[in-house]
Write a protein that binds this ligand. Structure first.
Ligand SMILES: [Zn+2]
Ligand SMILES: [Zn+2]
Length: 329
């Protein structure tokens, strides 16, 4: 099969070449990949600042494809993976939080399991989620991780019964979080400095800001930080009112920070790591019912994956970057 291989870390690019699909267990489910999204985490892995998979490795944790080998009930079905595989025995795994497995989880396309920047891949039996009939593979790819993460963040934000939520970062996760919150009847303001992304949101009627307004013209008690930008997080803590809550979705590294602001205002910080299988199922259903807006999708063929990565790095993608493989209508 053809695959985009990660051969060293850090690495400026992936190398597209022929490689055998290896390591499929007897109960593995073979998937012929139709499309696979590219996520900010992929850029972090390439830069050597994130996960360190064993090399060579095939990244791509937002795949969608047709089952070409596996249980009869799944043969020919379009599926996406629930990307985390845990031990299956610990408390976290047994309550559906495989991503928090006490033994550490494997993550498709990120750590330990080859992903979807390839013509074929295999999944553990616990992973496939059937894509609702009629939902395009490109849309499904945009939801595998970005949609799951956004649904998880929105679900946690809604437990605070906010009348407005401020979302930092209008990339695919922030876009989808805003979209889900709007569907649930909450006012949303998205803060995004990139004009392309901000315009895409504004065109759909979202309230947007270039930067978090210290004059507090959009008061809110909940900030969902999808930006991964250290300054945005620090500003958010400064900006939140007493008893405010910051959901930390994007990963940012802050060399030093005075946490007095957290104590003095009794703020809550809550982390969000991707989401549960239920979140994936729920967001696929919302998209299938056309209840939520989907970020604009830009596609590249597998052979041009490095061009897609460059476009993402330089902020030229308004919505979701997706690698489209052949074989889908
Ligand atoms: Zn991701
Ligand atoms: Zn476990």
């Amino acid at each position: 099969m053809k695959a985009a291989l990660l051969k060293r870390l850090p690495s400026p690019a992936l190398e597209v070449e022929a490689v055998a699909l290896a390591g499929m267990p007897h109960d593995g489910i073979e998937v012929t990949v139709e499309a696979c999204g590219i996520c900010g985490t992929d850029l972090h892995i390439l830069s050597g600042s994130s996960y360190q998979p064993t090399l060579p490795f095939v990244m791509g944790h937002e795949p969608v494809g047709r089952v070409t080998h596996g249980p009869e009930a799944l043969l020919g079905r379009r599926v996406v993976p629930s990307i985390f595989v845990g031990c299956g025995r610990c408390d976290a795994c047994r309550s559906g939080d495989e991503r928090l497995c006490h033994e550490g989880s494997l993550v498709t396309g990120v750590l330990g399991l080859w992903g979807g920047f390839a013509e074929k891949m295999w999944l553990h039996p616990s992973q496939p989620v059937v894509v609702p009939e009629g939902l395009s593979p490109l849309t499904a790819a945009a939801l595998v991780d970005a949609g799951t993460t956004a649904h998880h963040a929105a679900r946690l934000a809604l437990t605070h019964e906010p009348w407005r939520v401020v979302v930092l970062g209008g990339g695919p996760v922030g876009f989808l979080a805003a979209s889900i919150l709007k569907f649930r009847g909450t006012e949303v303001t998205v803060v995004e400095p990139n004009t392309l992304r901000r315009d895409a949101l504004a065109a759909l009627g979202y309230d947007t800001l270039n930067h978090l307004d210290r004059a507090n013209t959009r008061p809110s008690t909940i900030v969902v930080d999808c930006s991964g930008v250290p300054a945005a997080f620090v500003t958010a803590l400064d900006w939140l009112p007493p008893h405010g809550c910051c959901l930390v979705v994007g990963y940012s590294e802050i060399p030093s920070m005075d946490l007095a602001v957290v104590s003095r205002k009794e703020l809550t910080l809550r982390g969000v790591r991707s989401g549960r299988r239920d979140d994936l199922v729920a967001v696929l259903d919302l998209a299938h019912r056309q209840a939520i807006d989907i970020p604009p999708i830009a596609t590249w063929p597998l052979e041009e994956i490095n061009a897609a990565i460059s476009a993402l790095k330089s902020g030229q993608v308004a919505g979701k970057a997706v690698i489209a493989l052949t074989g889908w209508e």
